[in-house]
Design a protein around this ligand. Structure first.
Ligand code: SF4
Length: 98
């Protein structure tokens, strides 16, 4: 992982040039019921990302659940992505689009 967060996105996205550590909180501080302060700071950066770039970023993370199982990516915390992935799995099982 490079020292700055780029995630393969264009230089114009807000995380470009931001230290990677901003998006990866200390594991000991993680809560699964709500974002912690560290995650809220990263989520605020993602909130200023253009919607198309944020959606692409999230979609890429959702298709790489092992590689992207930690940190704030695509405007979501790791716990939020796990919930989204579970929702998609259930939707797939019952035959509806998520
Ligand atoms: S959504 Fe967040 S992590 Fe993804 S490209 Fe935008 S700022 Fe970077």
């Amino acid at each position: 992982m490079p020292e700055t967060a780029k995630r393969g996105e264009p230089e114009s996205v807000p995380c470009a040039g931001t230290p990677v550590a901003v998006f990866y909180p200390d594991a000991d501080s993680l809560r699964f019921d709500k974002p912690n302060d560290h995650e809220r700071n990263a989520l605020a950066i993602c909130a200023s990302c253009p919607l198309a770039a944020r959606n692409a970023c999230l979609e890429r993370a959702l298709t790489r659940p092992i590689a992207d199982q930690w940190g704030v990516i695509g405007g979501t915390t790791a716990a939020q992505r796990k919930t989204l992935i579970r929702g998609r799995q259930v939707a797939s099982l019952i035959g509806v689009a998520a």
